[in-house]
Write a protein that binds this ligand. Structure first.
Ligand SMILES: O=C1NC[C@H](CO)[C@@H](O)[C@@H]1O
Length: 425
């Protein structure tokens, strides 16, 4: 290894890493509060040549930085799959086989993020179908065809099938092998080992890992809690300077059982709590009945936020509202559609976060779902196809559903104001 690389691989000063002190994040010895977004496709844009779009990536990072958005949640693993709405190409092309172009895309993304003093949360799996995820691991191990929810429309069966992942030893070994490969990877752009890179704030077990669904899901509760603890411990042993999180939605992602959410996050190897907030998906707000459902939807959402702040305070761990999204007005996916209701919800959520953070409570930041930036669909049906622009909306959802585009000036203004408030804490 060259002298330069040796030097580059020296671990950065510990304070450069985001750390946890009680229920607060610390960075460089000061409290760390942030405004973030979900930028799951960042590594894909970072790939060289036609597989990626590095010019667009740099443009997106510059616009996000200018808006005060400096914490990015990024997909670090995806699995090749016959699931009709899954991402193509995939990072894991076959069991244990990695598309090096896409991990070099992640290298490039992290290098560009470091230049902009941004922090990354890397999620390593997916409970849902849009990146292969746990149900693809199950298919690889069992040889059974994937249970495709976009064909069967049976989401409970899909969720129960995904949850089989927690019990399958070969799948766990394959998943851990990928995790170990990535944590021990040396960034081909910077020469810095991933485990020594302070740009990486957190290794995240998965996107929205759930124990399963309904009554049957309750039978998985124990193995789910054990999976969280053991996987978090495995990661922490490999990357002791970085944080570990689950990617949970909160109680809604724990069979609507807050006690199960608490139990799953008690592990000393889980450094902070995450929750997600989906007024539309959880039928609290209907954009097509916006006047009628806004007040009650907002009240329910605020209650959900407060419940999770209370739990994190009690557990003495930091808390991040790691996903939330609202459609464009009239359920219109087009960038020219207005975002009055989205802006109202974003403003209310940010005011609540600012108030509670200022009061010294556990909430430290949020990542809206999701940055679409310059991405645009050319499809009349808004359905993503391989080779299309990446928007914030993953392949299984209409392109434009929750994406905040580069021209959404009202929303970007709200983000900037929130960033100023959070930076002043
Ligand atoms: O992680 C997620 N949570 C909700 C998003 C919007 O429905 C969805 O696209 C994604 O799977």
């Amino acid at each position: 290894m060259s002298q330069e690389t040796l030097v580059a691989t020296e671990t950065a000063a510990p304070s450069a890493f985001v750390q946890v002190k009680g229920k607060q994040f610390q960075l460089a010895g000061k409290p760390y509060y942030f405004v973030g977004t979900n930028f799951w496709y960042g590594a894909y844009l970072g790939a060289a040549g036609a597989k990626g779009d590095r010019a667009r990536l740099i443009q997106e990072l510059d616009q996000l930085k200018a808006a005060g958005v400096t914490n990015l949640r990024v997909l670090a693993a995806s699995e090749a799959s016959a699931l009709v709405m899954s991402l193509k190409p995939a990072i894991q092309t076959a069991p244990g086989q990695i598309d090096e172009d896409l991990w070099q895309g992640l290298d490039f993304l992290l290098a560009e993020m470091a230049k902009r003093e941004m922090k990354a949360v890397l999620f390593l799996n997916n409970f849902w179908q849009w990146s292969g995820g746990m149900s693809q691991y199950v298919a690889w191990q069992t040889g059974e065809p994937v249970l495709d929810p976009d064909l069967t429309k049976d989401w409970n069966a899909f969720m129960q099938n995904s949850a089989r992942f927690y019990r399958l030893a070969e799948s766990q070994a394959l998943y851990r092998s990928l995790i170990k490969q990535l944590i021990e990877r040396t960034n081909t752009v910077t020469g810095v080992a991933y485990k020594a890179d302070p740009t990486i704030m957190s290794w995240q077990l998965a996107n929205e890992p759930r124990p399963g669904s309904g009554e049957a899901g309750a039978e998985n509760a124990e193995v789910y809690v054990q999976w969280v603890h053991e996987t978090a411990q495995f990661i922490k042993q490999l990357a002791p300077q970085q944080l570990v999180s689950t990617g949970s939605e909160g109680s809604r992602g724990a069979l609507d059982d807050m006690n199960l959410f608490i139990e799953a996050h008690q592990s000393p190897f889980v450094d902070y709590l995450t929750f997600h907030l989906w007024p539309k998906n959880w039928q609290w707000f209907d954009i097509t009945q916006a006047e009628q459902t806004y007040e009650s939807g907002l009240a329910t959402a605020k209650t959900y936020i407060e419940q999770h702040i209370a739990v994190a305070d009690q557990m003495n761990k930091p808390l991040v509202m790691e996903e939330f999204g609202i459609e464009r007005d009239g359920a219109d996916y087009r960038p020219q559609a207005t975002t009055v209701w989205r802006d109202k919800f974003y403003s209310e959520f940010f005011q609540l976060i600012e108030k509670e953070a200022k009061a010294g409570r556990s909430i430290a930041g949020s990542n809206f779902w999701t940055w679409g930036g310059a991405g645009r669909t050319q499809r009349a049906d808004f359905i993503w196809q391989a080779g299309d622009d990446y928007l914030g909306d993953p392949p299984q959802e209409p392109q434009g559903l929750n994406s905040v585009f580069d021209q959404d000036q009202s929303t970007i203004g709200i983000l900037k104001a929130h960033a100023a408030a959070m930076n002043a804490l």
